[in-house]
Design a protein around this ligand. Structure first.
Ligand code: A3D
Length: 318
């Protein structure tokens, strides 16, 4: 059995542990600074094994030694948003937490595939790679799968078409500047532009759905009042771990390190990548329309700006 360590046993961490157990993907170590939280959730999930019929080991801990030699590490340690807050408002506090996590994992699991979920995603995943000095292809951020899944769900709900029959993806930073790739969106095999042209999907409704996707996280934060989304983020993280552990070589939109692709150098940002047993095996460069390119560049600029803010907080990130 492979080993997945979850750093952060909060809402997403606990859901990740549950999903990994149900899917029998790997043994799980659930780590949190709050030891009781990690131990309590691990025990609770383990006690469902007889009902659910899984045979994976689940351990709660606040000791990094227990995460030693993990195959995959998924990081959700940090603070989530409160209503009215943007993801960027979390920068200073989550940067400090990610430094502690990096110190905890870099000597214990130097070969792990590390998936970061902590916000603000693109900048936190960059910081994580700098702090650990792990290879770029082994450190990746989860956001694009979630944003894409939200977009597909809203389209499906409006058009009455099953989600499995909609293909699309969302690129760019995980924030208000994310870009829905309309030229790569197909509804039941037809380009979305065709549905707009023949009036099946009104242009203003499509704009509304794109906007709702951008604000998909905030909509849930407002409903919950305490904390942010966790079911769909956990599902998205598990899909990445599964593609790595089982060498599925799936094409997934993730925050990956760009080294010249899309004309961007030395920055983590959301793009389609292939995830297999070598981690991020390839960044897929797709053709962007002039508008998509313009929006993508805007998104890159906002990620760059936030990274500069991170350097002000911790100059070692330069
Ligand atoms: P929450 O339920 O608060 O869990 C976070 C956990 O981290 C808590 O149990 C804390 O005790 C723990 N923690 C804090 N400091 C440390 C530390 N130094 N080491 C280990 N554990 C620590 O939050 P959540 O699970 O709802 O969300 C976690 C993060 O994911 C937040 O930053 C969210 O903003 C982010 N998030 C990202 C997405 C993306 O799509 C990228 C979506 C939803 C949430």
């Amino acid at each position: 059995m492979k080993k997945i360590s979850l750093i952060g046993a909060g809402q997403i961490g606990g859901t990740l542990a549950h999903l990994i157990a149900l899917k029998k993907l790997a043994n799980v170590v659930l780590f949190d600074v709050s030891e009781g939280l990690a131990k309590g959730k691990a025990l609770d999930i383990a006690q469902s094994s007889a009902v659910e019929g899984f045979n994976v080991n689940i351990k709660g801990t606040s000791n990094y030694e227990d995460t030693k030699d993990s195959d995959v590490i998924i990081i959700t340690a940090g603070v989530p948003r409160k209503p009215g807050m943007s993801r960027d408002d979390l920068l200073a506090i989550n940067l400090k937490i990610i430094k502690q996590v990096s110190d905890g994992i870099k000597t214990t699991s130097p070969k792990a595939f590390v998936i970061c979920i902590t916000n603000p995603l693109d900048v936190i995943v960059s910081a994580l790679q700098k702090y650990t000095n792990f290879k770029h292809n082994k450190v990746v951020g989860m956001a694009g799968i979630l944003d894409t899944s939200r977009f597909i769900f809203f389209l499906s709900e409006h058009l009455g078409v099953e989600t499995s029959k909609i293909k699309s993806f969302v690129l760019g930073g995980h924030g208000d500047s994310m870009v829905a790739m309309l030229n790569h969106t197909y509804i039941d095999g037809k380009p979305i532009s065709e549905l707009v042209k023949n009036g099946k999907l009104k242009k203003d409704k499509l704009d509304f759905i794109i906007n709702r996707t951008k604000n998909g996280g905030a909509e849930i934060v407002k409903f919950l009042e305490k904390g942010s989304a966790f079911y769909a983020p956990a599902s998205s993280g598990v899909e990445m771990a599964d593609s790595y552990l089982n060498n599925r070589k799936k094409q997934l939109p993730c925050a990956a390190f760009l080294n010249g692709e899309y004309g961007v150098k030395s920055l983590y940002v959301g793009v389609p990548v292939i995830i297999g047993s070598n981690g991020v095996e390839k960044v897929i460069e797709i053709d962007l329309s002039p508008t998509e390119k313009e929006n993508f560049n805007k998104s890159i600029d906002s990620v760059k700006k936030l990274y500069e803010a991170a350097i002000k907080i911790d100059p070692t990130l330069k």
